[in-house]
Design a protein around this ligand. Sequence first.
Ligand code: SF4
Ligand code: SF4
Ligand code: FES
Length: 275
Amino acid sequence: MPNRSFTVRVQRQDHPSKPSYWQSFSLNYEASLNITSVLQRIAAKPETQDGAKVTPVAYESGCLEEVCGSCTMRINGRVRQACSALVDRLLEDDPSGIELRPMSKFPVVRDLCVDRYRMFRALERLECWIPVDGYYDMGGGPKQSVQQQEQNYPLSQCMSCGCCLEACPQYQQVSILRQDDETDIEYEQRRDEDLDRHFIGAAPMSQAVLMNSNPTGQAMASQRLESLIAPGGIQNCGKAGNCQAVCPKAIPLMESWGRVNRSATLHVIKKFFDG
Ligand code: SF4
Ligand code: SF4
Ligand code: FES
């Protein structure tokens, strides 16, 4: 049985340019708390274990049902969603308390909030969408076989949480600071050009596979494959499989890697013979 109170250690950071530091909070035990509820309790009474009054811990949350991915953080060393991490289970595994840290592969904005822009930029770079020619009724789209649907549906469950990128040894944090004399547009252009040279990671790759296997999305398959084999693309993957091991949606990312490698090889051979 958990103790009547438990300790939560939080790695905090006041600003992207400031160093991080630790604070500990003591909370009364309540049955069936999740980590988001813990952070709500701390926000309601932001006082450390030593009685110091502090600012509330900043964190993100949206759906509260492991669908949006916004609450992703490192909990007792494991990257996962705060809304589905139950205190009872965490204390069973480690009665000494709970440790919360932001993800390490994205720049910290404040406390447990990180900037996952790089992942969304990779989705943009790989054109992970189905193009539509207007919004009028064009009737039923091309059909997919049951086998295709069964293969592709799991990929559509990606919530862009970033767990796969956090666990990937090939994916390192990139922090592009703004220069004093830059306009917004100049900074955004330089940031995107720089990010586009770095590894895309598993989630954007798998979304490109999903879009390329859609009968309508196939219209842009060659463009996506060109982006997938460009610098920072699929050749950077070491195939260790950490990404699949941590995915909360159990997305078969290694199967996606196999599919994308086969398609990329055929694409390169076709380009060679097409001149
Ligand atoms: S592939 Fe899995 S771990 Fe990666 S972003 Fe999507 S849901 Fe999260
Ligand atoms: S298989 Fe590739 S994407 Fe997945 S963790 Fe390993 S290097 Fe990263
Ligand atoms: S709040 Fe949406 S996944 Fe946790």
